[in-house]
Design a protein around this ligand. Sequence first.
Ligand code: GLU
Length: 323
Amino acid sequence: MTTEPQRHQRITRLAPSPTGALHLGNARTFLINWAMARRNHWRVVLRIEDLDGPRLKNDADRLAIDLLGWLGMDWDDGPTWQKADLSPYHAALQRLAEAGQIYPCTCTRKEIERAQSAPHGNEHELRYPGTCREKLSAVNYQPSADHAWRFVVPEESVSFADCFAGPQTINVQQQVGDFVVATKAGLPAYQLAVVVDDAASGVTDVVRGDDLLRSTARQMMLYRALGLGNAPRYHHLPLVLGPDGRRLAKRHGDSRIDTYRRAGVPAQRLIGLIAEWCGMGERRAMEAAEFAEQFNPAKLPHRPATLSEQDDAWLRDGRPRAG
Ligand code: GLU
């Protein structure tokens, strides 16, 4: 049942990308986000982040929605799909273009790789040296297949207090340089879309994996540049890792929620394992509602959780761990 938002009610969102299946790692983040919302009477918006074109998998959006429900989560608004209406993103890009805060960029990834002055810690995030900043200017935003659009990043650090990860100071210019706000596919980039959407939904609390902690300063800059008022409170949670200490992924085997469901694993057992990972005591099957009642952010470990082979075996047969 949809209810009207109350004045001053805090608002959060579940924002799955339908780029792959929901697995134990992102399911944990969503469950914690949902539990915090239910405990604190925040409103929950479900938004499908489907702007990530080429990586989209057929029906992954429907499956993600279905699995969130199967795990026992619910929401007050949505689902909405970003692709359903691109006009708010285009309006934001036009506003930035008029203010001289974005510019078209024709550089290829290879060119940017060659221009790196120092080896970069994160192979996916190159620092853009600003090559096109002086060369190209435009006062009108046009989606284009042959150039991206980049945001003019000021030379200053952004500081904020993450509600879970603690105080942060990030220098975006040193980290990634002028970052992409619209892609060569003519689509708004993640950093821009997330800000436009969070602001439009009045989101006050963002709960997500700490792989996005680095992005937060970029998003706060866009809040300011677009005059969208205060950025939300951020709660960045540690990720779930595989037994080799790397972020849980396909290489660790199949930890997809749908695979467990097909194998007959009950949702309550998945939630029980997530609860143990959240510092809620010895694992036992539990309902999402009980998880929400018992969840205590103060007990949530600050180190990442690890999915072990024994965890997987327990999920599949429900027997206590050997030894
Ligand atoms: N769509 C992103 C994901 O599924 C989340 C983005 C965000 O929370 O800002 O990981």
